[in-house]
Design a protein around this ligand. Structure first.
Ligand code: ATP
Ligand code: MG
Length: 334
């Protein structure tokens, strides 16, 4: 089965409930979740892959009065479509050909505790009304059963995509969407909270190799902090594991994979301009100016203000680069 059960308790890794981060975004999410944890509200965690949605679900459980009861986690995307219903709601004996015995569903197993449903965007359309009914009535029916079983469960769900888009495309039921969105919490990608990168690196270096002090060179740390981390914290954890295989004492820029050492201009552009691309920002020419300014700045920062290197990073002639700096009045770099 793809579900796991955890009976709560504190982790002994020196960080509050396993969450590393001091960026304003993370501190505000922790505050928000701490007060949400006191209620029994459904929580919807929204964020790209690897941002820590499961970690934050654990945090809510541990901060709630339900922490001594089970936290049951299940990922919809790893379950075969036809098994989702019986996993969640269970079945009675003889409900279908292979049901030789009755089986409790995860809602029942989580009773008194928390049920975390990962990737709720993948929940089959035909299952959505049944989930909605259970959340609203606080009772479930096993497959093939007639009796209603009361459930006392805090429900947390996570999604990698904007559920509203799925609703607009007719792939998600709007009533379930509104029920899930009572308390939406968006976890920003790592590239929007770069100040957490050094903390996470030292946390995981210590966690994986507690007996040894590993240093990170200035250049390496700058490249790691500037990198866009498309796989977010999961990618960072895996990189630390990989580095520890061959690094001895100090991590230098040469030890880093090429994509981190020298990110391509287009990645730099995207990583430095998420806001430009997602927020309403006026006319086309305003957006282009904003993108260009950010890209120029980013390249200058990566090359310590050295214009020839910055121009090279962007694949631009030095004279064009200088003209643009003048045009955008990037005076601090002149
Ligand atoms: N703030 C954090 N501090 C320390 N470790 C973290 C933090 N956030 C995430 N991690 C670690 O990063 C990895 C990915 O986190 P998690 O599984 O919670 O992400 P996710 O958002 O659920 O990803 P997916 O969408 O792929 O399911 C895990 O090893 C987790 O322990
Ligand atoms: Mg997850």
């Amino acid at each position: 089965m793809n579900a796991s059960v955890n009976h709560g308790g504190k982790r002994g890794n020196g960080t509050e409930n396993g969450i590393v981060g001091k960026s304003p975004a993370i501190l505000s999410i922790l505050d928000q979740l701490k007060s949400i944890a006191l209620s029994d509200n459904t929580v919807l965690l929204i964020g790209e892959t690897g941002v820590g949605k499961e970690r934050f679900a654990e945090y809510v459980h541990q901060k709630s009065v339900r922490r001594f009861k089970p936290l049951v986690k299940i990922s919809v995307s790893t379950l075969p479509r036809e098994l989702v219903e019986s996993e969640l709601f269970g079945h009675e004996r003889g409900a279908f050909t292979s049901a030789s015995a009755e089986k409790k569903g995860l809602f029942e197993i989580a009773n008194g505790g928390t049920l975390f449903l990962d990737d709720i965007d993948d929940l089959p359309f035909e299952m959505q009304p049944k989930l909605l009914r259970s959340l609203e009535s606080r009772e479930i029916h096993r497959i093939g059963g007639t009796r209603s079983i009361p459930i006392d469960v805090r429900f947390i769900a996570s999604t990698k995509v904007n559920l509203k888009d799925l609703v607009d495309q007719g792939r998600y039921r709007s009533d379930l969407f509104y029920r899930l969105s009572v308390v939406p919490v968006t976890i920003p990608p790592l590239r929007e909270r770069r100040e957490d990168v050094p903390l996470l690196l030292s946390h995981y270096l210590r966690e994986f190799l507690p007996e040894k002090e590993i240093e990170i060179s200035r250049d390496a740390l700058r490249a790691l902090t500037n990198y866009s981390w498309p796989g977010n914290i999961r990618e960072l954890v895996n990189l630390v594991l990989r580095l520890l295989v061959f690094v001895n004492g100090k991590i230098t820029a040469d030890d880093l994979p090429r994509e981190i050492r020298e990110e391509e201009p287009i990645e730099m552009l995207l990583s430095s301009c998420t806001k430009c691309l997602t927020e309403e920002r006026g006319s086309f020419s305003e957006i282009v100016s904003c993108l260009e300014t950010r890209l120029l700045r980013h390249a200058l920062e990566l090359s310590d203000g050295n214009k020839s290197r910055a121009a090279k990073l962007l694949g631009m002639k030095l004279s064009t680069f200088r003209d643009k700096i003048l045009h955008y009045q990037l005076t601090d770099f002149r």
